[in-house]
Design a protein around this ligand. Structure first.
Ligand SMILES: N[C@@H](CCC(=O)N[C@@H](CS)C(=O)NCC(=O)O)C(=O)O
Length: 228
């Protein structure tokens, strides 16, 4: 198969997308887990992702692929089984539409995490609206992909992973079972899947890490807001 290396940092939701996809497909890889402040790791990122200097990067026989959704597409093309995209071209296009929707709307979730004051209220409203759309979209399916985990499940997998942690940190619950029963069922189905649950850090592990981040980001956010 050749050499497959995943450059990542813990606990990046973008990196988890790649881990989950590789695990689902049973692909062996080496996970090079670094830290941004480590000069050797920064050099690696500069070498393999000079444009963005971000993780994840999948290095295939020495050749890098960056951007998590691009990497997911590569994985799907190279190892089609089990599929993360439907077979029918129209259905594939629909799945990609929702991936693009999920990516675009992730900024509202970021604002929910870092914003303060009125901006936080606005972000909370937006997040609720996005979740409503997702609740409708999943309908009665087990996963967004149907009976099996698909590319949209993986793209949105950060919700089961992080959203409850973020809600606890900011002190506001949006994703409540009475409002989003189908998403609740999906979260359980996704996080209990054998390929996912072994790569799914606990709430406790994530809380400390993200609490620190929120304190830092919200201070920066308030400072920037004050300057405008
Ligand atoms: N659009 C990119 C986003 C990746 C991203 O933001 N990665 C973060 C880690 S979660 C990163 O590498 N940040 C480096 C930095 O900000 O210096 C993707 O989908 O891969």
């Amino acid at each position: 198969m050749g050499e497959l290396k995943l450059l990542g940092v813990w606990p990046s939701s973008f990196v988890y997308r790649i881990i989950w996809a590789l695990e689902l497909k049973g692909i062996k890889y080496e996970h090079v887990q670094g830290e941004f402040h480590n000069p050797d790791f920064s050099d690696l990122l500069l070498k393999y992702n000079p444009v963005y200097k971000k993780v994840p990067v999948l290095v295939v026989d020495g050749k890098p692929i960056a951007e998590s959704t691009v990497i997911l597409e590569y994985i799907e093309e190279r190892w089609p089984q089990p599929p993360m995209l439907p077979q029918d071209p129209y259905e594939r296009a629909v799945a990609r539409f929702w991936v693009s929707f999920a990516e675009e709307k992730s900024t509202s979730f970021m604002s929910f995490f870092v914003a303060v004051g009125e901006d936080f209220q606005k972000a909370t409203k937006e997040v609720r609206e996005v979740l409503k759309v997702l609740e409708e979209t999943i309908g009665d399916k087990k996963y967004f992909g149907g009976e099996e985990i698909g590319i949209l499940d993986i793209t949105l997998g950060w919700i089961p992973l992080f959203f409850g942690v973020i809600e606890d940190i900011v002190g506001v619950k949006v994703l409540v079972v009475d409002d989003f029963p189908r998403l609740f069922t999906w979260i359980r189905n996704f996080s209990e899947h054998p390929s996912i649950r072994t790569n799914f850090p606990s709430h406790h592990e994530l809380f400390g890490y993200y609490k620190q981040k929120r304190d830092y980001y919200s201070t920066q956010y308030s400072m920037n807001a004050g300057m405008n």
